[in-house]
Design a protein around this ligand. Structure first.
Ligand code: IMP
Ligand code: MG
Length: 177
């Protein structure tokens, strides 16, 4: 059990399970992008740890870019997505792979879709480590999903509660207080 700020969290997903699902997704990405030079687009802050693991496992040439978006406050979505750091490279005619830590309501994906539609990309796909089907309210395809999880609030492996918990190498979920 761990405490972050005022809340307690209990172990939920081990590092071994996370690594196994990253290995599996990476095999699919390597197969699908063989011979292409994709641009991995990581969504900061949450996706930094997952992004580095996915990118390390990519077997061909690739480029890397990041944008910083934010929509969560405390343990819930504000429903509004702010851009804290935008895109500073051209993505025209590129194959983009969006890397998310977790897809929850889908508001962040909607914002990304808007950004990429205006950039004339060749195509884009989305990879997320975690997906909450019970919270998802959009229709965007999420092509590569590490794990589906219930509507619990989780921390660790890049995900935070008000700034804390990103450095944890396994995932914890909010404990009934
Ligand atoms: P969405 O825009 O509602 O899909 O939420 C996506 C973003 O909210 C993610 O990229 C995370 O940064 C954050 N988020 C969603 N669920 C959680 C959670 O359970 N713990 C920590 N952050 C979360
Ligand atoms: Mg995020």
């Amino acid at each position: 059990m761990i405490q972050l700020h005022d809340l307690r969290f209990e172990p939920f997903i081990s590092e071994e399970r996370i690594t196994a699902s990253i290995d599996k997704i990476s095999e699919q990405i390597n197969r699908d992008y063989k011979g292409k030079t994709p641009v991995f687009l990581g969504i900061l802050n949450g996706a930094f740890m997952f992004a580095s693991e996915i990118i390390k496992r990519f077997e061909g040439d690739c480029e890397v870019a990041f944008v910083k978006l934010g929509s969560y406050k405390g343990t819930s979505s504000t429903g509004k997505v702010d851009t804290m750091m935008g895109l500073n490279m051209s993505l025209e005619n590129r194959h983009v792979i969006v890397i998310e830590d977790i897809v929850d309501t889908g508001n962040t994906l909607a914002a990304i879709d808007g950004i990429l539609k205006s950039k004339d990309v060749a195509d884009y796909k989305t990879v997320t480590l975690f997906f909450k089907p019970g919270a998802y309210q959009k229709e965007y395809n999420v092509e590569y999903i590490g794990m589906e999880i219930p509507n619990d609030f989780i921390v660790g492996y890049g995900l935070d509660y008000n700034g804390l918990g990103r450095n944890l190498s396994q995932v914890y979920k909010l404990k009934e207080q």
